[in-house]
Design a protein around this ligand. Sequence first.
Ligand SMILES: Nc1ncnc2c1ncn2[C@@H]1O[C@H](COP(=O)(O)OP(=O)(O)O)[C@@H](O)[C@H]1O
Ligand SMILES: [Mg+2]
Length: 207
Amino acid sequence: MKTLAVVSHKGGTGKSTLSIHLSVQAQSEGRDTLLVDLDNNSSTVAEWASIRTDKQPLVVTAQVSDITELQQQATDEGFELLILDCPPYLNDDTDLITKLADFSVLPTSPRFADICTLPRGIDKIHQPYSVILNSCTPDPVNKTSFKTEQVFQILNDSNIPVSPVHITRLEAFTESLNYGKGVTEFQSNSKASKQIKTLLDWLYTVA
Ligand SMILES: Nc1ncnc2c1ncn2[C@@H]1O[C@H](COP(=O)(O)OP(=O)(O)O)[C@@H](O)[C@H]1O
Ligand SMILES: [Mg+2]
């Protein structure tokens, strides 16, 4: 079983959004997936699950202190993927969680305020991990926007690992959640769906 931790230094960066869409896509590719809501304050994943009719991927809420046991249980029950949607901070809990994970991702927007605070606590994340640029400005000709490319280069130059797959700011990512769906179920051929599929493929090459 692979364990993927989705972490970040602040709220609103897209942890829950990416956790949900990646879980749904992984499940639809036939990988039995357990999605864990570890953010007891926001509970976005649990709320989404409460309006979802489909029972897969399985969603549970948990405390960080339960995570070792939960990972063992998920392995014993034959899950192939465990996705941990983490609380909005990087601290000793992050250290524990990302040590357990095969790979961790840190979504952030490529905007000034988010990038400025990014280095804070980043040493709490165990390798291997990667920053994912999320909510990037959509480009009309489907190219990476100049700003996204610029931030990608800055992170690269700072030796902060950053995914080559970027996620654009698209309404479909938000809208699908209102229906208890992942975007790949909601609009399977959309640009948003293609990005999630590409991101999951990439994660399987690195994790
Ligand atoms: N790529 C995206 N495109 C559009 N909206 C997004 C995107 N990523 C996140 N959002 C929206 O941003 C808000 C915060 O996302 P969320 O996943 O809840 O962040 P976090 O879990 O890190 O606190 C939500 O309203 C979500 O729908
Ligand atoms: Mg969240």
